[in-house]
Write a protein that binds this ligand. Structure first.
Ligand code: KG4
Ligand code: ZN
Length: 352
């Protein structure tokens, strides 16, 4: 008797400014350990000119690219459209026009092939990203999701069960990096540019506030796990205004800002580990690319006997591989209605 063919999933992600498609193949009974056969990520450069994502331009660029990106992902995997058993697409949250491109294209593929389509929540996708490269990045874990659009700490006892511990009350962490990057006269996106500038900065030249972090906070307090970036941004803009030589001060300002963000993220993550007892932390979202954050988190967690599981830079930012991975997990539910939604409730999320 011949072995059953592998389960092949094609994922599509178009929620913001990356057009991405990826193919996963899972051996029979091996949905827990799929192989990443290909992943194509086309980042839209057009937004750099405007120092932020322009929704209408994002939708148009997705429309132009999505077909070629999907074809290339299939080609890289050495497969044809007819080999795909399941389609997975980001249905939200995100820019609704951008989402619509991916959702419509995926619906077309599912309709043409007669294969099922599953809609995936973008943030749940980020939770699955690290597991693609690191088999130990599975529940139970604490998740720190820090991207340009979202920042949250989650208790993840099992796939599909998510308890919100804390989230940002204003800007997402990546958004704060982008805005501070702009204040410092660095390009968009600000995160990588700030990290590069901070590498040459003196950590004791500027000491900025650590927002929403003080020793008097106790478990159960509303701000125990929550984050806030607005006060830190204001402190930065005042320091920029007071600077007599921004070119000379830039690396020190970048270092002071990055250190403040890292201190807060490390402290809040340690609180989550302590409160849940989970031995693992999974990092996700574009800010997970920051090497200084990863090093600080890994060192602090090691002191507590816990481990950090962080995706590679390619899978930390938006990509379709994580959508295919989450879609594979949700495959049992495939076949339901899939629609683009700018604001989509996180499936399985308990809010305090
Ligand atoms: O997850 P992502 O690709 O897109 C969203 O879903 O938002 O995250 C993009 C964010 C941007 O705000 C960018 O500045 C930030 O991730 N980012 C970084 C770094 N690389 C990207 N932030 C800090 N340090 C980095 N090295
Ligand atoms: Zn994202």
């Amino acid at each position: 008797m011949s072995a059953a063919p592998p389960h092949t999933v094609l994922g599509i992600e178009t929620s913001c400014d990356e057009t991405s498609a990826a193919v996963l193949t899972a051996p029979p009974g091996g949905a827990d350990a799929p192989v990443l056969a290909s992943c194509v990520i086309l980042s839209q450069d057009v937004h750099r000119v405007y120092r932020g994502v322009v929704p209408e331009l994002a939708s148009r660029a997705h429309l132009v690219a999505v077909g070629d990106v999907v074809d290339r992902a299939l080609g890289d995997a050495g497969l044809m459209l007819s080999d795909v058993d399941l389609f997975a697409v980001t249905e939200g949250p995100g820019l609704v026009g951008a989402l619509l491109v991916g959702v419509s294209y995926a619906k077309g593929l599912a309709c043409a092939t007669g294969r099922p389509l599953v809609g995936v929540h973008h943030l749940e996708g980020h939770l699955f990203s690290t597991a693609l490269e690191d088999p130990a990045a599975v529940p139970p874990f604490v998740a720190l999701l820090v991207s340009g659009g979202h920042s949250m700490l989650l208790d993840v006892p099992a796939w599909g069960r998510y308890r919100l511990l804390g989230e940002t009350r204003d800007d997402a962490v990546g958004e704060a990096f982008d805005k501070v990057g702009s204040l410092l006269g660095l390009g968009y996106p600000g995160g990588p540019a700030i990290e590069r500038a901070a590498a040459g900065g003196n950590p004791s030249r500027y000491r900025f506030p650590r927002p929403m972090l003080h020793g008097g906070q106790r478990l159960g307090d509303a701000d125990y796990f929550d984050l806030s970036m607005s006060g830190l941004k204001t402190a930065l803009s005042l320091a920029v205004r007071a600077s007599k030589d921004l070119d000379a001060d830039r690396p020190h300002l970048a270092r002071g800002f990055q250190d403040a963000v890292i201190d807060v993220l490390v402290a809040k993550t340690l609180r989550a580990v302590d409160a849940t007892g989970h031995p693992r932390v999974v990092l996700g979202g574009g800010v997970a690319c920051n090497a200084a954050l990863r090093a600080a988190l890994a060192a602090a967690l090691a002191r507590e006997g816990a481990t950090l599981h962080a995706p590679s830079a390619r899978l930390a930012t938006d990509n379709a591989a994580m959508i295919a991975r989450a879609g594979l997990w949700h495959a049992a539910e495939a076949g339901g209605e899939v629609d683009a939604a700018a604001h989509l409730p996180f499936p399985g999320l308990d809010r305090p």
